[in-house]
Design a protein around this ligand. Structure first.
Ligand SMILES: Cc1cc2nc3c(=O)[nH]c(=O)nc-3n(C[C@H](O)[C@H](O)[C@H](O)COP(=O)(O)O)c2cc1C
Length: 172
């Protein structure tokens, strides 16, 4: 990581506003192995503290190709970029890795963390996460029908929630 100019950081010391970082800057969720991995853009999720651990939580629809890689591995990375990479994040949020090579199309440079998780060298923040808990959202548990009507009426299944421990965090 040092040769990529990343410095390991306490995630509690990140200076970014976490809502803005996730909702507006967006992130790549990347999972898999050196042999095969995939990445997708996400902006639903959060970071916080649970079970005395620093955690992230993300929401992934089972029809995403990336879902298969999150399911079949112990962890994943979240990467955050500056605005120069907006086109790359747009592409990773529109196209599926089932039908294209996102690395070739975006020009992003993959590397692998100490735990062997894929991430991208152009990121300004890399967070390595180990899955702790996962559950599919349940339509019977919505206390307000508005999100259900807005997001799950016609297209696709309900998201799967993953809560994952932040194992390592790097910044520039
Ligand atoms: C800004 C933005 C945010 C997104 N957030 C999420 C998300 O939080 N969860 C999700 O399942 N899909 C999200 N998506 C959709 C996936 O990125 C998209 O379906 C992608 O093509 C999936 O790629 P894959 O099939 O290669 O995994 C988002 C897309 C965009 C553009």
């Amino acid at each position: 990581m040092e040769k990529l100019n990343f410095r390991q950081t306490d995630p509690a010391k990140l200076k970014d506003n976490l809502i803005r970082l996730i909702a507006s800057d967006w992130m790549l969720v990347t999972a898999g192995t050196k042999e095969k991995f995939n990445t997708m853009t996400a902006n639903w999720g959060g970071m916080g503290y649970l079970w005395n651990k620093n955690v992230v939580f993300i929401f992934v629809r089972p029809e995403r190709y990336t879902f298969e890689f999150i399911e079949s591995n112990d962890g994943f990375t979240l990467t955050f970029f500056d605005d120069r990479y907006r086109d790359a994040l747009n592409l990773c949020g529109i196209k599926s890795g089932r039908n294209c090579d996102k690395v070739a199309e975006t020009g992003l440079t993959p590397f692998f963390t100490g735990s062997g998780y894929p991430a991208f060298a152009e990121a300004r923040i890399v967070i390595e996460c180990r899955k702790l808990y996962a559950t599919l959202l349940d339509r019977n548990q919505f206390l307000d029908a508005e999100p259900l009507d807005t997001h799950y009426k016609t297209k696709g299944g309900l998201h799967k929630l993953y809560i994952a421990e932040i194992e390592k965090c790097w910044t520039r």
